[in-house]
Design a protein. Structure first.
Lengths: 467, 396
């Protein structure tokens, strides 16, 4: 069904996105055939809350200003219908709201707490991280606060400034024990919110406030849920994978539409939906198919290109290798966190054997988007390095390029235990013949060293271990 | 005048209320026994303590003292990593616990093991948790003294201070909605009462009307920080009325007074379906923990003077006056308690550790794919390098 965005001025917010158009979405099998009506995102939230309150008498809704309907009108009608003992205002105190919710959840209730803006969730970060997330694990499974759901509006609208615009989801994706959900539209929101409420783990749901009014689509009126931990293919494609979450998905869909129209590039857009745990299998399957992956919202547009055989038939076409894709997935998590730490020191959780990674952060001073390397089979588009001939790599190489500058980094393995265990683990995981990782080197003067000409290897040649 | 913020009388006086101007009177401290344990005449004692109850309170305090002493020594000998005693506060914990019902839900900080022992947690249970062995209900994941027991309605202890306060309010609210005749009892120290969560909890408990009994152990020290550096107002009880919470100050070393105060607090909380705040004044006779040497910041005379005010000795004398205690019984009880504590340590030391696989369970209800993958990787690594697995820890 089509998602129609209506609001003036959003084009100014979204820079390169020229105008807004309908985005074709794949209908979820679970919702096909259900009665639906046009709803905006805040109505979808309200609908979900009504269903949750109706089905479970131990569901509570509380937070600042929720009683009269909420500052974004997401809780309209709940207090009148279910009573002030179940739907109520709290004092203005986020740490109290979440702490109180944890206590109620620990006693078997299902509190859905609202933090009025994600910008104000930080006083509650201690309760979320040190308490809610660890309640089950630290008690040996005797206690848990699985009934807790925290919902909070996030994201820029244009005039919100520092404190009504933040997208802090990345902080929360590193907290084991909670789940983090960020829906991309009204139908997604209602189904994901119901799943979050019903999930027996504490869940933080980020709702795109910019979409509360502006995103309108057909949303089933009845009860349905969208599973957590599973991504959605928002747009099928064959040439490059774009991964996003939340309100960015619409931007990617729009960008994909323009790519197809102007350059004949068919981009596959993936909506992660759940950020913790995230659907690595879906991304892997997509990258297996397309061979190219553009990751990240707004800023860190890193391109990870899985190696292909030399084009023009000079060498055998190599099948995508699972280790290379896994290395890319390992990159995904750290790209999001590496944005906070552009020092160049990178760690990945795991890296399978025979894997090397190249990664280049985006440091364009003019803020230009990187060139996306394109497959020559797609038309006469000329790029310096592809024109010089396709490059073939060893089966395990994954290279990330931006322009003609390349840097070769190695993943470091994080292992439990002390240095001796780490050393053993490294030797276990790295292929024979490769030396242990070294930190990346910078050229004197601090700039990146660019090779004079693109490096080429013939088909079958293994890429050199270090530049 | 009816402001939305309050119905307030007017005055033409520009007069400050508070320290240095017109101070509020210090809240007096309720007690039933003098420092020697003799009952004071004219004490209001709405709740009687019969011999059976007194004996059980006494034996629990003796057992607590034995466990504290022996487990502290065990840590110094390197048998486990960490321990915290509750010396000087035995009566606060045990007498307050005796005034609660088993259905009351308890949230604590870390120095209330007497409450847990009253409810039935044994020295062996404590030793298992301190050793982090396979019999620990917490599966060996937390530091020592981070006890918890669902069966005993005692929420698992966490290290961050005061986080349990707003949680206790939420739990009490849930009990109220269920119509249960039960309260949430929430223990914390005077240092933790400086945390934001204290203020959040007091305010929420009053505005949302939750039947929670807040019990502050004001033992005068937060590690090396004396109470004079912790607050300037009238302690913790002085804050309660400002939040709309009825408050009472009590002598924490006086088991009879503590019992009566908590029993009354519970009755009031249930009757009004709202909060009450108790501040039990006492002294932390021991060090903050095995990682602390309080002689570096406290005078030896001060510590000696307070050790002489042992609350258990005070209760012994009260019992003796009634003919419920004598020297022989006391010696016998202490010997038996020591034997039990020592045996508990020996038994706990023999148990294996929980398996490595428990590192991955209970993070969520079911492990998500990335944890399943991590577990498989760790298990493969350990199979290839079995010497990296700690001694006494099975793989699964």
């Amino acid at each position: 069904m089509a998602a129609i965005l209506r609001a003036p001025g959003l084009g100014a917010v979204w820079g390169t996105v020229r105008g807004l158009a309908t985005a074709v979405r794949q209908a979820e099998p679970a919702t096909a055939g259900l009665d639906a009506k046009q709803m905006n995102l805040c109505s979808a939230v309200n609908d979900a809350l009504h269903i949750a309150m109706d089905e479970n008498p131990k569901t509570l809704v509380f937070g600042e200003d929720v009683s009269f309907g909420g500052v974004f009108r997401c809780t309209v009608g709940l207090a009148e219908k279910h009573g002030k003992h179940r739907v109520f205002n709290t004092p203005l105190c986020e740490q109290g709201i979440v702490g109180f919710g944890i206590g109620a959840a620990a006693q078997g209730y299902s509190p859905i707490v609202e933090i009025q803006f994600a910008d104000y969730i930080f006083p509650a970060f201690d309760q979320i991280t040190n308490e809610a997330a660890k309640y089950r694990f630290r008690s040996g499974g005797e206690f848990d606060v699985g009934g807790l759901t925290i919902r909070t509006p996030y994201g820029a609208v244009g005039h919100g400034g520092h404190y009504h615009s933040q997208s802090p989801e990345a902080f929360f994706t590193h907290i084991p024990g909670i789940k983090v959900v960020m829906p991309s539209g009204p139908r997604e929101t209602k189904g994901l919110l119901l799943s979050a409420i019903r999930d027996p783990n504490p869940v933080v749901v980020f709702e795109a406030k910019m979409l509360y009014r502006t995103a309108v689509e057909d949303v089933p009126t009845g009860d349905y849920s969208i599973p957590l931990g599973r991504a959605r293919i928002a747009r099928a494609g064959s040439d490059v994978t774009l991964v996003g979450w939340g309100q960015q998905v619409l931007v990617l869909e729009q960008a994909a539409k323009e790519l197809a129209a102007s350059d004949g590039i068919e981009a596959e857009v993936i909506d992660l939906r759940t950020l913790l745990p995230w659907d690595a299998d879906a991304v892997a399957a997509s990258v297996e198919k397309t061979g190219r992956w553009v990751l990240g919202p707004w800023h860190s547009q890193v391109v990870i290109e899985r190696p292909r055989a030399h084009r023009g038939g000079r060498g055998p076409r190599r099948a995508p290798s699972a280790p290379a894709v896994c290395a890319g997935m390992g990159m995904a998590r750290l790209v999001v966190s590496a944005w906070e730490g552009p020092s160049g020191h990178i760690t990945v959780g795991t890296a399978p054997p025979n894997t090397t990674c190249q990664w280049l952060p985006r440091h364009s001073p003019a803020g230009q988007s990187p060139d996306v390397p394109l497959p020559p089979t797609r038309g006469p588009r000329v790029r310096p390095y592809t024109q010089a001939g396709g490059e073939s790599r060893g089966p395990a190489d994954v290279r990330v390029r931006r322009g003609d500058r390349r840097r070769h980094l190695r993943p470091l393995l994080l292992l439990p235990g002390g240095p001796a265990a780490a050393h053993r683990g490294l030797r276990h995981a790295l292929p024979p013949g490769l030396r242990a990782p070294v930190p990346p080197r910078r050229a004197a003067g601090g700039g990146w060293r660019a090779p004079a000409a693109p490096r080429l290897t013939r088909a079958g040649e293994r890429c050199p271990a270090r530049p | 005048m009816d402001f939305p913020g309050g119905k307030v009388p007017f005055t033409e006086d520009l007069a400050w209320l508070g320290p240095g101007f017109t101070p509020r009177p210090t809240i007096p401290c309720y007690r039933a026994l003098d420092s020697q344990g003799a009952p004071l005449p004219g004490t209001s004692l709405p709740h009687d303590i019969d011999q059976a109850l007194a004996t059980r309170m006494y034996e629990t305090m003796i057992s607590l003292q034995a466990v504290d002493t022996i487990f502290y020594e065990a840590q110094r000998q390197g048998r486990f990593s960490f321990y915290m005693t509750s010396t000087g506060e035995e009566s606060t914990a045990v007498a307050s616990a005796a005034a609660l019902n088993p259905d009351d839900v308890v949230f604590t900080q870390y120095r209330e093991q007497g409450v847990l022992m009253w409810r039935g947690y044994t020295p062996l249970d404590m030793a298992n948790q301190c050793y982090g062995n396979a019999l620990d209900s917490g599966k060996g994941r937390q530091m020592p003294v981070h006890y918890g027991s669902k069966a005993l309605n005692f929420h698992t202890i966490s290290s961050p201070l005061a986080t349990q306060l707003p949680q206790a309010v939420g739990a009490a609210y849930a009990l109220k909605l269920e119509g249960k005749a039960a309260v949430a009892a929430c223990y914390f120290g005077e240092g933790a009462a400086s945390e934001g969560d204290f203020h959040a909890a007091l305010n929420f408990s009053a505005t949302l009307s939750a039947p929670v009994v807040f019990i502050c152990r004001n033992n005068g020290w937060a590690i090396s920080t004396p109470a004079s550096e912790q607050y300037r107002g009238d302690g913790i009880a002085g804050r309660g009325p400002s939040y709309g919470v009825p408050s009472l100050r009590v002598d924490g070393g006086d088991a009879v007074a503590v019992y009566n105060a908590v029993a009354e607090a519970r009755r009031v909380a249930l009757e009004r379906r709202g909060p009450v705040l108790l501040e039990a004044m006492s002294y932390r006779s021991g060090h903050h923990s095995t990682s602390d040497d309080s002689s570096r910041y406290r005078a030896a005379e001060e510590m000696a003077a307070w050790r002489a005010r042992d609350p258990v000795a005070r209760f012994e004398r009260w019992m003796a006056v009634r003919g419920w205690w004598d020297e022989a019984r006391g010696v016998g009880a202490r010997k038996a308690a020591r034997r039990e504590a020592i045996a508990a340590l020996a038994a706990a030391a023999k148990q294996p550790r929980p398996p490595l696989s428990e590192m991955f369970s209970d993070v969520y209800d079911e492990p998500p794919p990335h944890l399943v993958a991590q577990r498989a990787e760790v298990e493969a690594f350990v199979r290839a390098h079995p010497e990296t697995l700690p001694a006494g820890m099975p793989l699964e």
